[in-house]
Design a protein. Structure first.
Length: 300
């Protein structure tokens, strides 16, 4: 486990209310810090508030998260709104093999009929298949995998502890047999590294084979600590790209000309494979089914 440290902490709340509805209102993160070690991780800023500056190795574990979650879900004020699980750090990162919080969280979501979005780069989520299957038959669940490249050599450099890309697709395929909606988060697309036609085409092609409900693409964004870590990585591993990337990223986002060209290609490929990029469509359908069921129950 190299020089990994798990630091146990407690939390006052399991669920945090988001300022903006996007379109979910609540966030749940078991861990702070993430072992997957993605070189573009936008959540590195969140360690600023902790007693550590090593986001990838000092992992804080909220040991009382189950009690706090039950306290919030059992409240009469709880409106069964969608919870985004792992919006900041991956809930199925390696620490979860040891702590096993997710099965308990899923049991509570089942008990309180609460919808959820779970996104991960780990196939450890398959351990909880039966619970997610059960939840998906009660309410809306979305299972999403972020996958950026089919080139394993490159994947190991940019997401060293994430699952093999193909295993992530197999995971999506497995969850397609439940009542959950499943999606590919094709993000971030990294200019000059993962933005080739061949790579994007092969990701869409695998997404089609797995019959996902949607593919959500997004280009790399860099700011603060993420920008520093990313450019250090490029300097060491891909020095020939350093200047071009620096020129492209004068600000946090790639320049407009690049983005216009990229999205033109991405949209063409999305259409080629007849895929949707709306993740709210399955959400609205499932939630309206839920409301319909509840209304029919009251009618009968
Ligand atoms: S899996 Fe997500 S949270 Fe974890 S390091 Fe990668 S980008 Fe960051």
């Amino acid at each position: 486990m190299d020089n990994m440290k798990y630091k146990e902490i407690t939390c006052e709340k399991a669920l945090n209310k988001l300022k903006r509805r996007v379109p979910y209102s609540w966030d749940l993160n078991i861990y702070r810090g993430c072992e997957h070690g993605c070189k573009y991780c936008y959540a590195m800023y969140s360690h600023r508030y902790m007693d550590s500056n090593d986001y990838f190795h000092d992992i804080y574990v909220k040991t009382n998260i189950i009690e706090q979650l039950e306290r919030q879900l059992s409240s009469t004020r709880w409106k069964k709104e969608i919870i985004n699980i792992g919006g900041v750090t991956d809930s199925y990162q390696p620490a979860e093999e040891q702590y096993k919080f997710m099965p308990e969280i899923l049991k509570l979501l089942i008990k309180y009929k609460t919808p959820a979005i779970i996104s991960t780069k780990s196939d450890l989520i398959l351990r909880d298949y039966d619970l997610i299957d059960k939840l998906s038959r009660i309410t809306y669940v979305n299972v999403a995998a972020t996958i950026t490249t089919m080139d394993e050599k490159l994947r190991k450099l940019i997401e060293p502890k994430g699952a093999v890309s193909n295993n992530r697709f197999e995971m999506l395929k497995a969850f397609r047999k439940t009542n959950a909606s499943v999606g590919l988060h094709l993000m971030p697309i990294i200019p000059y590294l993962t933005d080739s036609y061949e790579n994007i085409d092969s990701l869409f092609s695998r997404a089609r084979e797995c019959d996902v409900h949607y593919v959500l693409p997004g280009v790399l964004y860099l700011r603060g600590e993420t920008r520093k870590v990313f450019f250090n990585f490029i300097k060491t591993q891909f020095p020939n790209l350093y200047n071009d990337l620096l020129a492209l990223y004068k600000t946090g986002g790639a320049n407009k000309e690049y983005k216009d060209q990229l999205y033109k290609m991405v949209n063409e490929l999305r259409d080629k494979y007849s895929l949707s990029s709306s993740y709210t469509k399955p959400m609205k359908e499932k939630l309206s089914q839920r409301e319909h069921k509840q209304l029919s129950f009251f009618d009968s």
